[in-house]
Design a protein around this ligand. Structure first.
Ligand code: ASP
Length: 351
């Protein structure tokens, strides 16, 4: 009799699903890009990005139901060269509400690859939740032979469903490699192996939905969170521009930006963040006027430290951040303070 009752209870529990592991709830926020793109003909390279909806992207990975319970949210549908700070702020608010309201366990953002590293880094700086957030995209449009979108999206959802991906900051998954938002950059214009962290390499890899993180040391404390998304929704981010240095560069562009009200300039310098005498004179003048100047480099590896040539008081160095990421940190920094020493302290978190 006892055996009979136990069998009936076990059967009821099985049929009702009680005791079964519930799958992580993952929200895919789609923003467009080549992953949602359609080639004009499958044999052609030319294509139109940002055509498919999030529902169609989810239908391309039916296997995902074994790993996660997925819902889609279409934030926008654009090629990422058209991404704007206004959309960054909207995205960050949506992510904040999803986690604050316990509406999901992890988030995947599909994004064009051209500026994916910028949006991912912005979100990394304002997201205060420890739930996994993973960006992905594709280098080939959805209907091209060897389209990489479905595999990237599958891996991204599996990673967002993995508790090991929590509290690591915003992650980027492309072509089976996992990167930190702060270190990753696009290094190839068309090849599916386009993303790298030139100085530190990937954090790990993911294959067939299983993630492996290589180095425990990458689990460094997250940068100080100084930027409240709740406050950013009510203001425009300060305008910060980037000036490229090259042989023969004059200060014309730098001076024009200052005359037109820029609040900060990142110099994408040559070598260890160097620039011409003309740009140097303009940079010194701008700092005296209270405009923030950050010295970065157009070189992929090594970053810029303060022990470089021709430094001057009041100039900030970018440390390991690329010019495009230094710009984002400076935009956020300028919402809170203006003192070069305080701004430098923020950059020092990226050695
Ligand atoms: N131009 C496209 C974009 O960034 C490229 C891509 O997604 O790969 O939206």
């Amino acid at each position: 009799m006892k055996k009979y009752i136990l069998t009936v209870v076990a059967l009821v529990c099985f049929l009702s699903g009680w005791g079964q592991e519930t799958k992580p709830r993952i929200t895919i926020i789609a923003t467009g890009g080549t992953i949602a793109g359609i080639a004009h003909t499958p044999a052609e390279n030319a294509y139109t990005p940002a055509q498919l909806t999030v529902e169609t992207l989810i239908r391309q990975i039916p296997q995902i139901t074994h790993k996660a319970s997925v819902q889609g949210l279409q934030l926008c549908n654009i090629a990422s060269q058209h991404m704007t700070p206004g959309i960054w702020v909207r995205l960050a608010s949506v992510v904040d509400s999803l986690f604050s309201g316990d509406h999901c366990d992890g988030v995947v953002v599909t994004h064009g690859t051209d500026t994916m590293e910028e949006t991912a880094f912005f979100l990394d700086l304002v997201n205060t939740h420890e739930n996994p957030v993973v960006f992905t995209g594709s280098m080939r449009p959805s209907n091209s032979p060897g389209a990489d979108g479905p595999a990237n999206l599958y891996n991204a959802v599996c990673l967002a469903a993995d508790p090991a991906a929590g509290a690591k900051g915003v992650l980027v998954v492309m072509n089976e490699y996992i990167f930190s938002a702060s270190g990753v950059t696009k290094t190839h214009t068309v090849n599916p192996q386009a993303f790298e962290n030139p100085d530190h390499g990937p954090l790990g890899t993911i294959r067939g939905g299983n993630a492996v993180f290589y180095h425990p040391c990458h689990e460094r404390p997250l940068p100080e969170k100084r930027f409240s998304i709740a406050e950013l929704v009510y203001q425009d981010l300060p305008r910060v521009d980037i000036v490229l240095s090259y042989a023969g560069a004059t200060s014309l562009l730098f001076d024009t930006l200052v005359e037109n009200g820029t609040e900060g300039i990142v110099i994408a310098g040559v070598g260890h963040g160097n620039y011409s005498r003309q740009i140097e004179n303009s940079a010194k003048k701008a700092v005296r006027q209270g405009i923030a100047v950050v010295r970065a480099t157009r070189v992929l590896k090594g970053g810029v430290s303060s022990d470089t040539e021709n430094t001057f008081e009041g100039q900030v160095v970018s440390r390991s951040l690329s010019p495009q990421k230094a710009r984002i940190l400076l935009m956020l920094a300028l919402t809170v303070f203006r003192e070069p020493a305080e701004i430098q302290h923020l950059f020092d978190q990226y050695p």
